[in-house]
Design a protein around this ligand. Structure first.
Ligand SMILES: [Cu+2]
Length: 177
């Protein structure tokens, strides 16, 4: 008991010292990424150097499905454009950056060759029907409520290790900008 007490005190002392410095970060900033039946779904904002990432998610897939999209909001807090150059995950054999531009009147899924640009002091929204990260050759179906790791690499050298949440494709209504 005595040892526990000492450890408890040490932990409290550390906490007390840490509180002033952490005051701003104590409550993670949350943003609404969508809703399920009108109930808003919030995700924490994660910061990696000049990049802020909000709510990386994927939608669940049916057995036998080979592809899925990954979506999130990306913010660039720096003075220069930063590009998302690539994404990696163990959840699929191939990971590609895609856009859905209108080509001759038809929305066409197109590989992004020079990365997805995030303007200086701007943000972009990866969402169904727009920029997305395409998983091809899923190792196994994406099940609702699960998550999987993904690493993003940016043109300024920033790397972001993320956990991608899988939401039920039937339920999640996505909020876009
Ligand atoms: Cu795609």
């Amino acid at each position: 008991m005595a040892r526990l007490g000492v450890m408890g005190c040490a932990a409290l002392a550390l906490l007390a010292m840490a509180v002033p410095a952490l005051a701003e970060d104590a409550k993670p900033e949350m943003e609404v990424i969508g809703d399920i039946g009108g109930v808003p779904i919030k995700a924490a904002v994660q910061t990696f150097g000049p990049i802020r990432v909000v709510g990386p998610f994927s939608r669940s897939t049916n057995p036998g499905a080979h592809v899925a999209g990954v979506y999130m909001k990306l913010e660039n807090t720096s003075d220069k454009e930063i590009r998302l150059l690539n994404a990696a995950t163990d959840a699929a054999r191939d990971v590609l950056l895609h856009d859905m531009p209108m080509i001759e009147g038809v929305v066409t899924m197109t590989p992004v060759s020079e990365g997805i640009p995030i303007p200086a002091h701007g943000r972009i929204d990866l969402h169904p029907g727009g920029y997305h990260i395409m998983l091809s050759g899923l190792v196994k179906p994406l099940q609702p409520g699960r998550n999987f790791p993904m690493t993003l690499a940016f043109s300024d050298g920033t790397k972001a290790d993320l956990s991608v949440n899988v939401w039920d494709i039937q339920q999640l209504q996505i909020t876009t900008q």
